[in-house]
Design a protein around this ligand. Structure first.
Ligand code: F6P
Length: 322
């Protein structure tokens, strides 16, 4: 019987830990007697034949590297019915009978379409935002938060030295998890996230005023990218309270760097499970973390789930930022 052949690709925004997931997929696949193909630059690689046969050593020395050694892209051509068909035809032509897709929601829609076109796919949540509804965790989240925390600690040193207010934007387009957790970890006076409507007077100015009354002289305000407006917020604080204020946008520094232990282990567990599913011929699934364990869902079901923001943790952060 011909050897089973699977492929692995990374798609969408890169995230630290993607390499660890690729390594797990390649090694688990080979250990299970399969051939494993690495696909370059996301779905584009399936359209352009940009692929390479992987062996055990192709993924040596990458578990601790940031970014993705398979490169990544958001493919416009693939996002058309003709593009999906072309990718499915190419998979059949080279004998690929399953694809592991590491990425976010957009990448999973691509995986669902390819599954519907006859090539079983399994998605692995890989994005720093932690915004995949079906999963308690996405690969890259821990590293990004630790990077942001380190940067904000440095900003605090200078804010403290000058008795200033620093307004810091962290990544997270639709999801405030990075802001919430780094805000707690850095002792922010206020945290603004897209999930919770805010009022600048009540949620920022009043908090600065009340902490000032008890002796606080420098302030950190964390703002999720999806809320934005850090320059305006800093200007407003300065005008309204007379506290010298500065805005910082941390940006893509949060996407890079060597993955933390948590990201490497999560990526390895999820990658391994994805291969087990494809080994059993099961596709159209997303592997995820549920109640702290590896689990899997139908992709469409996963895409239709609504993310629940941790309001309890948000309230806790408010209670202690006094
Ligand atoms: O989804 C991950 C993420 O880093 C978001 O936090 C951010 O909004 C977006 O990607 C940035 O995308 P790009 O790198 O394409 O500018």
């Amino acid at each position: 019987m011909a050897k089973k052949k699977i492929a692995v690709l990374t798609s969408g925004g890169d995230a630290p830990g993607m390499n660890a997931a690729v390594r797990a997929v390649v090694r688990a696949g080979i250990v299970k007697g399969m051939d494993v193909i690495g696909v370059y630059r996301g779905y584009n690689g399936l359209l352009n034949g940009d692929v390479a046969e992987m062996n055990l050593r192709s993924v040596s020395e990458i578990i601790g590297r940031g970014g993705t050694t398979l490169y990544t892209a958001r493919s416009e051509e693939y996002n058309t019915p003709a593009g999906v068909q072309k990718a499915a035809d190419y998979c059949r032509q080279i004998g690929v009978s399953g694809v592991v897709v590491i990425g976010g929601d957009g990448s999973f829609r691509g995986a669902r379409d390819l599954s519907n076109a006859g090539i079983p796919c399994v998605g692995i949540p890989g994005t720093i935002d932690n915004d995949i509804a079906c999963s308690e965790y996405t690969i890259g989240f821990d590293t990004a938060m630790n990077t942001a925390m380190e940067m904000i600690d440095k900003i605090r040193d200078t804010a403290q030295s000058h008795d200033r207010c620093s307004v810091v934007e962290v990544m997270g387009r639709r999801c405030g998890d990075i802001a919430l957790q780094t805000g707690i970890a850095c002792g922010a006076t206020a945290i603004l996230v897209p999930e919770m409507p805010y009022n600048i007077e009540n949620d920022v100015i009043a908090k600065i005023q009340s902490t000032r009354k008890t002796g606080k002289q420098h302030f950190i305000i964390i703002v999720a990218e999806g809320v934005g407006g850090v320059n305006d917020i800093a200007k407003y604080i300065q005008q309204r309270l007379g506290i010298e204020s500065r805005a910082t946008i941390l940006g893509h520094v949060q996407r890079g760097g060597s993955p933390t232990l948590r990201d490497r282990v999560m990526a390895t567990s999820l990658g391994h499970r994805a291969v087990e599913l494809l080994e059993d011929g099961i596709g159209d699934r997303v592997v995820c973390i549920k109640d702290g364990r590896v689990f899997d869902y139908d992709i469409t079901e996963a895409l239709n789930m609504k993310r629940v923001f941790d309001e309890k943790l948000y309230r806790i952060s408010m209670d202690v930022s006094i």
